[in-house]
Design a protein around this ligand. Structure first.
Ligand SMILES: Cc1cc2nc3c(=O)[nH]c(=O)nc-3n(C[C@H](O)[C@H](O)[C@H](O)COP(=O)(O)OP(=O)(O)OC[C@H]3O[C@@H](n4cnc5c(N)ncnc54)[C@H](O)[C@@H]3O)c2cc1C
Length: 384
């Protein structure tokens, strides 16, 4: 059934033609997420069959929606399916998947990163509206986004995890200001976002008031899968770049051993991800997403360090630090850019230290970290 639907889609729509048109047709054919309900981009089939769709799309050279709209397709879609009303799902899923409307995620703040539940951006209800004031930071692709997943403090009088709410905000609305934040690569993929009396209709609330932490977990766990859980073809991605540099320049025996070890590590991570992808169920992925993200971040850094080392003095040269604001994630081909960008892999979506804590607590069953402010009302927690 899936194969037939794919054949029909590819026969009727040019995969190399207009991106929005093709992806819209893929959504309508139920091939966006095969395990989703019919009419919402799915066919109500087993999630395990999604791999067939992805492989056939890749073979046909079709656009990858997760590359054009990574935060929306990789995370927002799962949040809407798990916690959104049917009306919200119908309103947002199709233009998200077709990439007509790009999405961003606004959790982190200058004082709330690893401890996201410490966040202070404030929401106050005013009839059918919520009035938002505060600041978010490191918001990837906010400058091209139409919609943002926003978590705010809606009740400062209860403990931090209980007083947050989750909204979808119009990034083009009044009182929303997006300013670029420049990264080590010279690019500004991410931004600061300021809210000054911005208003969000109550109907854009996801879940219940005060449900923000639970809904955020769906976003975060899917984010880790989106960052670390991709299943590229064998030998592709960063390890492919390192092999290419080796072919062009060679190295000594010790370096060859290192390349082999990195290749085996990258392949083991890729196969583990393929298995996790096929086992994944609807909703919130388990700690396997965090394991994958940890492995991906650490292996990527090692691979690019190695590739730059093989390049010798040339490895220290970099094209240009002129600030650009990319409109999507471009594939990295230059090992020097990979070296710089991969530093962020062990920070974005939760740092490697936080991933290790999750593994320790949720997989190995080790005692939890001390959490002294867990029961205190948020407004009584001392902060700088
Ligand atoms: C490229 C990139 C893109 C990003 N995109 C987004 C986005 O789109 N939306 C968004 O909301 N955020 C985004 N972020 C922010 C990211 O989620 C945070 O940077 C991250 O969660 C870490 O928070 P922080 O920077 O405040 O560091 P901190 O939390 O201040 O951490 C500083 C250091 O302390 C360590 N540390 C902190 N707490 C603990 C602990 N309990 N145990 C052990 N070590 C600890 C950390 O590991 C780190 O080394 C992005 C970040 C990057 C780099």
């Amino acid at each position: 059934m899936v194969e037939e639907a794919i054949d029909r889609l590819l026969a009727d729509h040019d995969p190399k033609g207009d991106v929005v048109e093709f992806l819209g047709a893929r959504f309508d054919a139920g091939l966006a997420w095969v395990w989703y309900p019919k009419g919402l981009g799915g066919l109500e089939l087993s999630r395990g069959l999604q791999g067939i769709v992805e492989d056939r799309m890749q073979e046909a050279g079709a656009p990858n929606p997760a590359q054009h709209n990574p935060l929306g397709v990789g995370m927002g879609s799962h949040v809407l399916l798990a916690h959104g009303t049917e009306e919200q799902q119908r309103r947002w899923l199709r233009p998200m998947f077709s990439t007509e409307e790009i999405w961003c995620q606004m959790f982190s703040e200058p004082g709330a990163g690893s401890d996201m539940a410490a966040l202070a951006c404030k929401a106050v209800r005013d009839g059918d509206e919520w009035i938002i004031n505060g600041q978010k930071a490191w918001t990837t692709l906010a400058h091209v986004s139409k919609w943002g997943m926003l978590v705010v403090r809606s009740d400062p009088d209860v403990p931090k995890h209980q007083g947050m709410s989750y909204f979808i905000v119009d990034m083009h609305g009044e009182g929303v200001e997006v300013r670029p934040l420049r990264q080590i690569t010279g690019e500004a993929e991410f931004n600061e976002v300021y809210f000054t009396d911005a208003s969000i209709p109550h109907e854009n609330l996801i879940g219940e008031v005060g449900d923000g932490w639970r809904v955020s977990l769906t976003t975060l766990m899917n984010e880790r899968v989106a960052i670390g859980g991709a299943v590229p073809p064998r030998g592709a991605g960063p390890i492919g770049i390192a092999v290419q540099v080796w072919k062009e320049r060679g190295g000594d025996d010790a370096q060859r051993d290192r390349l082999m070890r990195l290749w085996v590590d990258a392949e083991a991570a890729r196969l583990t991800n393929a298995r996790a992808r096929d086992n994944r169920k609807v909703g919130t992925p388990g700690p396997e997403g965090s394991t994958a993200k940890l492995a991906y971040a650490e292996i990527n850094k090692e691979i690019f360090e190695f590739a730059v080392e093989l390049m010798g003095a040339e490895g220290m040269l970099y094209d240009s630090y002129e600030m650009t604001r990319p409109d999507t994630f471009r594939e990295i081909t230059d090992p020097r850019k990979g070296f710089l960008r991969s530093r962020g892999n062990s920070i974005e979506g939760g740092t490697s230290e936080i991933m290790k804590s999750i593994l320790g607590e949720r997989v190995l069953g080790l005692p939890g970290e001390p959490r002294v402010d867990k029961e205190l009302p948020w407004n009584e927690v001392p902060r700088s």
